[in-house]
Design a binder for this molecule. Sequence first.
Ligand SMILES: C[S@@+](CC[C@H](N)C(=O)[O-])C[C@H]1O[C@@H](n2cnc3c(N)ncnc32)[C@H](O)[C@@H]1O
Length: 279
Amino acid sequence: MIDENLINKIGEYSKKPSLFDKGYGSIWTEEYIAKQMLQAHLNPNFDGASRRILIIDETVGFLAKNVLKENSMILDLGCGPGLYAERLCKRGHKVTGIDFSRNTINYAKKSAEKQGLNIEYECINLFELNYFEKYDVVMQVYGEINTFSDIERDKLFDIVKNALKPNGLFIFDVSTPILRRKCGLRKNWYVSESGFWRGKPHIVLEEGFEYDDDIWLDQYIVADNNGVQVYRNWFHDYTIEKIRRIVQSCGLNIINVMGSLSGEALKEDSEWIAVIAQK
Ligand SMILES: C[S@@+](CC[C@H](N)C(=O)[O-])C[C@H]1O[C@@H](n2cnc3c(N)ncnc32)[C@H](O)[C@@H]1O
């Protein structure tokens, strides 16, 4: 027999949501999903929650050689399991890693301890930070800015600006509409005994929605014997003109733009824009 409540909920969640409505579940902090996310971060050959290890090594190598001064104080926002923080610490930088996923931060702390690395990790929502002129560099890697609404993004820039010392650098990357065109809109469903979303039998209904201004939503409706939950991944893609305008209106000066944080040149068909901005 079909549960009427279930059908009603799925019907309700299937309607196109209003812009940046977050839904009800969190892919980063819900315990079971956070564990799958950690596995995705740590998969060395897969651009999932973190980029492949090869790219991370290239990025840290490029930044160390071309951008960072020796012994910098670095704030890594949305640091995940510390893949960048550890490499930067080994090169002599003093790193603070911030992430709101308890599972990921616990892993990062243990990993640093095992290797004798002095990295400060804090499990906190980055929107609650209020550092003042403490860091030479703030970084946010792998497009987390794309997931924020305009209001959140501008708040993030304020937090970053406050945290930076005078002349400090904000290093970040954002995806462009080219990446989204390549990925396309989701429209899929499947049944699983156990998988990314649940460790027990469940069904997943995936759907993509498109909005004005290069904003997109990947939505996942997940149903199991406990009920239905909806997860939403929002993406706001940026063109070079748009990101320039935003960075400048937030009071930072762009000193370099590239096609990646490992130093590739920016091209018309770049999927990513990497930005180095100065306070
Ligand atoms: C795409 S992953 C990138 C992780 C890391 N920068 C990397 O490239 O390996 C985004 C990370 O940001 C964290 N995150 C997202 N929103 C956050 C918030 N509001 N406060 C703190 N951490 C956040 C997530 O938990 C996740 O670990």
